[in-house]
Ligand binder design. Structure first.
Ligand SMILES: *Cc1c(COP(=O)(O)O)cnc(C)c1O
Length: 330
């Protein structure tokens, strides 16, 4: 089986397992795990922020990141298919007591004229106040699309003019970085708080981080414990993340190449495939997914007529070519 359902499906390599096995550890709730501290310092430095905080999942990183910027009774704006809006099971409302309004963009991107209409300044007891704007880069459900740095910088200026914060869901920011050559610190500079993920294309088994100021991270550390996310000798997982940052970032370019190969096979214009995700329209997604599975290729149905395929560390060139042959036949 060639598994293209998600880049979360990667399994740790032998070298990553060796790094995990030999990690120095301590109790991270006491702040005494040297490997977690090294990972948090490394990631903060990569994005040019003061501090970072390790979390078990990207969803928890996003919940803590948005809660660092939006208090109960305020709102965050995001794109309609954003992970925070669709795939976190309502956590931002259920846990953090905030509301969301969304805009729609065909490629999961930004249109400041639309945002201008949507944005609600603090006018007293009339409207929910917009405290933050959230963007996703790359955008998962829009097909791994990249938000360009110029758009992000324009958003930063827009938010600054209005006293609002910017959250960047960078679960796949590494893919955007490799696809465009934009330095990670440039992405860091446009956001107040970012969430980044180690267990997608980077191939670590577990782990995300939020990144921001030291004060925001101190508060997020308390909220993380409240949610049950204070972990103990978690350096074994942080070691996987450090290994991934060292060895698995540059190779994402191969995943992007493989995604274009799959796109071509499906009749999707490869020029619309920015990174490692291909979204393809079919007559009936469930039937298509079943036919592909019968031929040895696993995909996801992400809408009634939409399938998604994701390339990753465990799909080499030969596997991508075999999958392309199967998809072309279908
Ligand atoms: C996967 C993902 C997350 C985090 O998901 P978890 O499964 O909770 O780790 C966050 N944002 C985006 C865009 C994602 O694709």
């Amino acid at each position: 089986m060639i598994d293209l359902r998600s880049d979360t499906l990667t399994r740790p390599t032998e070298a990553m397992r060796a790094a995990m096995a030999s990690a120095e550890v301590g109790d991270d709730v006491y702040g005494e795990d040297p490997t977690v501290r090294a990972l948090e310092e490394r990631v903060a430095e990569l994005f040019g922020h003061e501090a970072a905080l390790f979390t078990p999942t990207g969803s928890m990183a996003n919940v803590l990141a948005v809660a660092a910027l939006v208090v109960p009774g305020q709102e965050v704006l995001c794109e309609a298919r954003a992970h925070i809006a669709r795939a976190e099971l309502g956590a931002h409302g259920a846990v953090s007591g905030l509301t969301m309004r969304t805009w729609s963009h065909p490629r999961g991107g930004l249109d400041l004229a639309v945002l201008e209409e949507l944005f609600a300044p603090d006018l007293g007891p009339f409207f929910v106040r917009t405290a933050a704007i959230s963007v996703e880069n790359t955008h998962n459900f829009a097909g791994g699309t990249v938000l360009g740095l110029a758009d992000l910088q324009a958003l930063r200026a827009f938010a600054d003019d209005r006293g609002a914060a910017v959250h960047l869901d960078g679960a796949r920011i590494w893919n955007a970085h490799v696809a465009t050559g934009t330095p990670l610190a440039s992405y860091g500079a446009v956001a107040d708080v970012l969430a980044v993920c180690l267990s997608k294309g980077l191939g670590a088994p577990v782990g995300s981080l939020l990144v921001g100021s030291a004060e925001q991270m101190d508060e997020a550390r308390v909220r993380r414990k409240r949610l049950g996310g204070g972990m103990r000798q978690v350096g074994v997982l942080a070691a996987a993340g450090l290994h991934a940052l060292e060895h698995h970032v540059a190779r994402l370019a191969e995943d992007h190449e493989h995604a274009r190969l799959l796109a071509e096979a499906c009749g999707v214009d490869p020029a619309t495939v920015d990174t490692n995700i291909v979204v393809h329209d079919v007559d009936d997604a469930v039937t298509f997914v079943k036919a592909a599975a019968d031929a040895g290729v696993l995909l996801s149905a992400v809408g009634p007529r939409t399938v998604r395929m994701v390339t990753h560390l465990d799909v080499d060139r030969a596997a991508a070519q075999r999958a392309a042959t199967v998809l072309a036949a279908l």
